[in-house]
Design a protein around this ligand. Structure first.
Ligand code: WT7
Length: 646
């Protein structure tokens, strides 16, 4: 932990945003699920007695095969348990229960591919597809508790594969389709997945991403995979290894695929998925979530924060490969029985109005995206969105990094027509669900995620645990466990304790890794990560993974990576490398190293700049002083160098 204090840019953003207040519009006050009075009451009750609050929600939001004996168990802290003894399966709540009601005919998912193709799934049809896929997995020998890795683009088969895995009680590990060979190999290896579900390719900006080739190379490095299921998406020629690789459409023709597949009865605390995320060390953390508490957390937060109703068309523009997609593309909306929209490709392909065109065409009513996407589309000017009728929108959302007031106002004015509250949701892979977020009735300040969700006890504290004063930067902590929280890091419970529960061990608080401040009105302002995690275009990357990718190139002896502020992406990556003896700093080398990082980790991890240096600034204990590198990159004074070794 190093930097408690905000950079100048965020400081200026907070100063601007603090002085503005946007009250909720009339349509919200008249129709929202949670009224202003109820909100105040829930916040009070949820803080005083979080267990009671979440128990009420668990009864109200989802169905259980058998009720719990104990709502909350802290006997083995920090390995907390929720709804102990209850029996459930999230897929029962997401699909099975709906096909017994009128909802079987409701649209669950509308999908548009980048080339313009479309598919629509009713709840009944989606349920059938999930049954077929689940039967196939069972037929391949996948059992309760087995891990299944899923590596695909944004196509309907991705949620279908996730739901099928969960239906039979197996654990999915989805690896984002923008990751590459080493990132995938490492995640397969850590989860020890015997089955890998992938696609021949995916469409992105008019080009084919060759997913199957990457999968083949990853499996060479992690040979635990025994079987691969391959979805035909792009139709180009791929290598299919006889006896190991199977086309999904061919498996679907086999008699084993037919009929319904019984939903496995799970314990509330049984694992649902592992999702890898970046931390301080090079090895990604397998964040583990469970069937019981997680479904309560995501259903409650989605319903209340985005006020979803039967008539809505919800578009969470994230990727199912991240927690945002797990919680709010796949499981949350299905549990609530709403209609979702999903789009395969790039926002500006073939033109910068692709998103606005689709909002108009499908009548999207709630859009949830990231500041980097908003800033990226803002750059193309107002004319592109203004060509389209966006009046179907009634709420907007943002997530992933702090939003600057300028982007907030543009989103509010140009996209939302000044009638859509902006729901700025702060949360993490580890938290499972929104933690700090407005509800539609909350008066908004641009750039602030406003207040903790009811039932979430969040605070900003000093290093010694004392509460920080208004306007003072401190550690963002969560002071009481919540049902949707991660239960452990897969295969590494010690790391779970060390990472999240050791800084404030005495108080038993969860350490988020973010710094924040509260203003005089109690609004929370997120500042950013305090550890070696960088948010690049909303993606969470660890400096250590990028450094180890660089060092895996024969020319590189040592590498140091930092995040440098960027107008659109929030941050971009700068890398400093020391070359191995015998290598020279040539202009081609920078390109070659970038290509290498792209091949190993994927396009999102490629540094904007790689500079060859003779030395790296280190402390006497050998830790890289990233502060010094950042100052150098930004042309600022380097400050106190007394701890520098050399
Ligand atoms: C980190 C978690 C689950 C959401 C997607 C990212 C940053 C997230 C906000 C926000 C300011 C935000 C934090 C957090 N972050 N949302 N609304 N305002 N910062 O999940 O990849 O696990 O990253 O994203 O720094 O710690 P993630």
């Amino acid at each position: 932990m190093s930097e408690l204090h905000t950079d100048e840019r965020r400081e200026e953003e907070i100063r601007q945003g603090e002085s503005e207040l946007y009250p909720p519009p009339q349509h919200v006050l008249e129709t929202a699920h949670v009224s202003a009075e109820d909100y105040a009451r829930y916040r009070k009750e949820g803080t005083e007695n979080p267990v009671k609050f979440w128990e009420d929600r668990a009864r109200e939001m989802v169905d259980w095969f058998e009720p719990w004996e104990k709502a909350f168990d802290d006997s083995n802290a920090p390995f907390y348990k929720w709804f102990v003894g209850a029996k459930t399966n999230i897929v029962y709540n997401a699909l099975d229960r709906h096909v017994k009601t009128w909802r079987r005919n409701k649209i669950a998912l509308i999908w548009e591919g980048e080339p313009g193709d479309r598919r629509v799934f009713s709840y009944y049809r989606l349920w059938q597809e999930v049954n077929r896929f689940a039967n196939i997995l069972k037929g391949m020998g996948v059992k309760k508790g087995d891990r299944v890795t899923i590596y695909m683009g944004r196509v309907p088969e991705l949620p279908i594969a996730m739901l099928a895995t969960a239906k039979i009680g197996a654990i999915h590990s989805v690896v984002y389709g923008g990751f590459s060979v080493e990132a995938l190999a490492e995640r397969i290896q850590d989860a020890q997945s015997k089955v890998l579900i992938t696609a021949d390719g995916g469409w992105m900006r008019g080009k084919i991403v060759r997913l199957k080739d990457i999968a083949d190379e990853a499996v060479k490095r992690s040979p635990v995979v025994e079987q691969m299921i391959v979805v035909k998406r792009t139709g180009h020629e791929v290598n299919m290894e006889v006896g190991r690789d199977f086309w999904l459409h061919e498996l679907q023709q086999l008699p084993i695929a037919n009929g319904t597949c019984e939903t496995e009865v799970m314990d509330a605390e049984d694992p649902l998925f592992i999702l890898y995320t970046s931390g301080t060390t090079g090895k990604p953390k397998g964040v583990l979530h469970t069937h019981g508490g997680y479904q309560v957390g995501i259903a409650t937060t989605l319903k209340w924060a985005f006020d979803l109703k039967d008539e809505d068309r919800w578009w969470c523009a994230a990727d199912p490969g991240w927690i945002t997609g797990h919680s709010y593309i796949v499981y949350g909306p299905l549990i609530l029985g709403v209609t979702s929209f999903m789009y395969e490709g790039a926002p500006n392909y073939p033109y910068p109005d692709r998103w606005w065109r689709m909002i108009e065409h499908y009548g999207i009513s709630v859009l949830y995206t990231a500041p980097t996407a908003i800033r990226g589309l803002m750059r193309f000017g107002d004319a592109w969105p203004k060509r389209h009728d966006l009046s179907s929108l009634r709420l907007l959302g943002t997530v992933g990094e702090p939003i600057n007031p300028e982007a907030w106002r543009w989103y509010y004015r140009v996209i939302g027509g000044e009638r859509c509250p902006i729901i700025d949701t702060w949360w993490q892979t580890e938290t499972g669900n929104f933690m700090i977020t407005p509800l539609p009735v909350t008066p908004l300040k641009p750039g602030s995620a406003t207040f903790p969700f009811p039932g979430i006890v969040a605070d900003v504290v000093r290093d010694n645990g004392e509460p920080a004063d208004p306007g003072e930067d401190g550690y963002l902590v969560i002071k009481h466990p919540w049902p949707g929280m991660a239960r452990t890091i897969y295969g590494d419970p010690d790391r779970y304790v060390r990472q999240y529960w050791s800084k404030f061990a005495e108080q038993k608080w969860y350490l988020t890794g973010d710094s924040a401040r509260k203003d005089e009105d109690g609004y929370f302002w997120i500042i950013g990560r305090m550890d070696d995690v960088i948010k690049v275009a909303g993606y969470r990357l660890g400096t250590a993974e990028i450094e180890s990718a660089l060092v895996s190139h024969p020319a590189v002896a040592e590498a140091a990576v930092i995040g440098v502020p960027d107008e659109v992406k929030g941050n971009v990556i700068y890398a400093y490398v020391i070359l191995q003896a015998g290598y020279e700093a040539k202009p081609e080398l920078e390109d070659e190293l970038k290509k290498h990082v792209r091949h190993e980790l994927g396009p999102i991890a490629v540094p904007a700049k790689i500079e060859v240096v003779d030395k790296l600034p280190k402390t006497r204990s050998g830790k890289i002083m990233r502060r010094v590198l950042r100052a150098k990159a930004m042309g600022q004074p380097v400050g106190d160098l007394s701890t520098l070794a050399d």
